[in-house]
Design a protein around this ligand. Structure first.
Ligand code: AMP
Length: 472
């Protein structure tokens, strides 16, 4: 069944919530919203197969807020604001993002929400918890800390959401989840969202959900058709110049640059800074505070490039991101689909550029198999070399692009020495290099072409002038 592009006001939602939806600029429901909201309103447990970017946060928060409105009150007493809904999310960034959404949807109500995650001081979180909140969004580890410190009392929880449950299991949160769930009343409504329904997820659902309704949106294994995918053959040493040139030529205001290791991310971010681009790095070596600041700065448009590793960037929803660069071809083909899903969201167009070296043939083959499209690798003409090129023995005739690389590098080195990569090979961190296990058959909702996703999300910023980005 294809979900109709229904309007929110066709639902039994309070005017306060409908007003918040209208303020957000949403015109119609996304497929997961159209399917899940009535089921959640009816009080059923839900097992939802939907990735971030499909509008699933509103799909669970709007009906839960609706149900909690019967408890809405203006009392100052913390006892009148017990935690009634608990949302568990795998990463700090995702928790923060969900919390921002919930706050937004609840803004015309008196329902309170708070988010707690690790890596930052517990005190401000404790104060918020003690004052009372109806909706608590949390990462599992920090929530347990608060439970143990008796800051969070969960005996009145009526609704539980396990968001991105597959990632929580990937990260090894199962024991924490089991402990948290053991503190909750058995009589409750539980919603589980996951990109995949692996046997582990099914087991989790069997243990903690009661007669759930399965809700699925878009699963094929593909990349959004709104994303223009380009693969350029570039030598390692030319990758940075290639990114700069593409930013300029394609007039890209912002981009995420993906790399395979956190050390590589830090080093590349510094190099782009030296090139004059405002750059932030998002990887596991950064403190939580730094990561959130980087992300905020990027979302506000104060940062041009976000250099990120896969794990740090998972699930991020950045509206209207024009481009994604795969500076390194991901080790795992599923990561490719996941990375380029950062652009072209909710129907907007996007560009995904992958820089390919000779060593990447195997991974490119795997990506081809996964996305079921033939990948054409184009040679990349570096601008700063064109005027300086002179004919050389080894650089004439029908030589294939990759055969010309060494000669081209030599030429550039003679004419204009640019910073080159040196030092030891990037150190690999097993955690941050661990491939993300995306479903073999998952795709963004809009891929099917039938979905009526609104073309605008509320956060769309006007594009910056690229001249400003590149300093003239
Ligand atoms: P999510 O999958 O919940 O992370 O949502 C992805 C993005 O879509 C967020 O930026 C939401 O603000 C936006 N969004 C959610 N629902 C709608 C809707 N019905 N129409 C337009 N944008 C939406």
């Amino acid at each position: 069944m294809t979900a109709p592009a229904a309007r929110f006001d066709s639902l039994a939602l309070d005017a306060k919530l409908l007003r918040a939806v209208a303020d957000s600029g949403y015109e119609s429901m996304t497929p997961i919203q159209a399917k899940a909201i009535p089921i959640v309103l009816a009080g059923r447990d839900v097992m939802g197969a939907a990735q971030t970017g499909t509008g699933k946060t509103a799909a669970f928060s709007l009906p839960l807020l609706q149900k909690m409105l019967r408890h809405e009150n203006a009392s100052m007493s913390p006892a009148r604001h017990p935690v009634r809904a608990l949302v568990l999310a795998p990463t700090r960034e995702l928790a923060d993002q969900v919390a921002a959404n919930v706050k937004n949807y609840a803004k015309h109500t008196q329902l309170r929400s708070a988010v707690v995650f690790g890596g930052i001081d517990m005190k401000p979180q404790t104060l918020q918890l003690k004052a009372g909140v109806e909706v608590l969004i949390a990462t599992p580890g920090r929530l347990l800390d608060h439970i143990e410190a008796k800051n969070a009392v969960l005996n009145q929880v009526e609704y539980v959401v396990l968001d991105e449950a597959d990632r929580m299991l990937d990260i090894g949160f199962l024991p924490d989840l089991q402990r948290i769930l053991s503190y909750l009343p058995r009589q409750r409504q539980t919603l589980l969202f996951s990109a995949t329904f692996s046997p582990e997820i099914k087991r989790l659902a069997e243990s903690y959900l009661q007669d759930p309704v399965t809700v699925e949106v878009a699963r094929p294994n593909a990349t959004a058709s709104t994303v223009e995918q380009r693969f350029y053959r570039v030598a390692d040493d030319d990758k940075r110049a290639a990114v700069r040139q593409l930013l300029r030529e394609r007039e890209l205001a912002q981009a995420i640059v993906f790399v395979n290791s956190k050390l590589g991310a830090a080093r590349l971010a510094r190099a782009f800074e030296r090139d004059g681009l405002k750059t932030a790095a998002l990887h596991g070596d950064k403190s939580q505070d730094e990561r959130l600041k980087s992300l905020d700065a990027f979302k506000r448009g104060e940062v041009d490039l976000l250099v990120a590793t896969d794990v740090a960037a998972r699930g991020l929803d950045i509206a209207d991101l024009p481009a994604v660069f795969n500076f390194d071809v991901p080790f795992n083909a599923e990561d490719y689909v996941h990375r380029i899903g950062r652009t072209g969201r909710a129907g907007a167009s996007g560009l995904a550029v992958t820089l390919v070296t000779r060593d990447d043939a195997r991974q490119i083959g795997e990506i081809e198999r996964l996305i079921k499209k033939t990948i054409e690798i184009e040679p990349f003409e570096l601008e700063d070399m064109r005027p300086r090129r002179r004919p050389r023995e080894d650089d004439r005739g029908e030589a294939r692009a990759d055969e010309r690389w060494p000669a081209r590098r030599e030429l550039r080195a003679e004419a204009a020495p640019l910073p080159r990569r040196s030092g030891p090979a990037p150190v690999r961190d097993p955690f941050f290099d661990r491939p993300y296990e995306e479903p073999q058959d998952a795709a963004p909702a809009w891929e099917r072409g039938k979905t009526e996703l609104p073309s605008k999300t509320p956060n769309i910023r006007p594009k910056k002038k690229v001249a400003a980005l590149l300093g003239g």
